[in-house]
Design a protein around this ligand. Structure first.
Ligand SMILES: N[C@@H](CCC(=O)N[C@@H](CS)C(=O)NCC(=O)O)C(=O)O
Length: 214
């Protein structure tokens, strides 16, 4: 059975959401981010990203990591794209062109959007960091305009249906969702994000995430 290392309050959410979309059974090992616990290197610390056993599995020391029939794979977007290719179904690519486009949108999210969206998530509530957050939102204007323009004429990113490309990008743009003004300037993205997050598989993942300690 597929094993997912990582708590749901992490980028493992992307993998877990996809498993629910695909009805793919999995075993979850709740490895937690080292920075979220006191002394991560103490012998009695819970499994975390600095645990020797976890580092032996994945020297990058970051979650999520999967074990899939002998394949050990890190990087959340590589994992979701791998699972979507392998298990097919409408959420995965039907041909090389779709595969290429799903990779394109996923990497665009990771490189052009995720860093500034994460800044909004991490610092958005802090009045002291308002300027940093405003700069991040300003930098997002261009890449979000690209996504907005596409979604203004397409219900989904690739192939006219919900796919792993939507899942990957939705989980990245979610980081910026708390910036109401930014989202209001992108109505097509907002409607698409709502549709993605209304999916039963997202809700199942989200309920598990909320059930974990903050
Ligand atoms: N690009 C990687 C980033 C992985 C990553 O940074 N994961 C965080 C949790 S969401 C982590 O494990 N941090 C561990 C730590 O900082 O100790 C991916 O998408 O999987």
């Amino acid at each position: 059975m597929l094993t997912i290392h990582g708590v749901t309050r992490s980028r493992a959410s992307r993998v877990i959401w996809l498993c629910h979309e695909l009805d793919l059974p999995f075993r979850q090992v709740p490895v937690i981010q080292a920075y979220r616990i006191g002394n991560a290197e103490a012998p009695d610390a819970p499994a975390n990203t600095k645990s020797p056993d976890f580092l032996a599995l994945s020297p990058a020391g970051a979650i999520p990591v999967i074990e899939d029939e002998g394949l050990v794979l890190s990087e959340s977007l590589a994992i979701t794209l791998h699972l979507a290719r392998k298990h097919g179904g409408p959420a995965g690519p039907q041909d090389y062109a779709e595969d290429a486009l799903m990779t394109q949108w996923s990497l665009y999210g990771a490189t052009a959007i995720e860093p500034d969206a994460l800044t909004i998530l991490m610092l958005g509530q802090s009045a002291d960091d308002a300027e940093i957050v405003a700069e991040a939102a300003a930098r997002l204007a261009r890449p979000l305009a690209v996504v907005e323009e596409h979604l203004a004429t397409h219900a989904y990113l690739v192939g006219g249906r919900f796919t792993v490309a939507d899942l990957n990008l939705a989980e990245i743009i979610r980081y910026a969702q708390g910036d109401a003004a930014l989202m209001a300037r992108h109505p097509a993205i907002s409607a698409w994000l709502t549709a993605c997050q209304d999916r039963p598989a997202f809700k199942t993942m989200w309920a598990a995430r909320m059930a974990e300690p903050a």
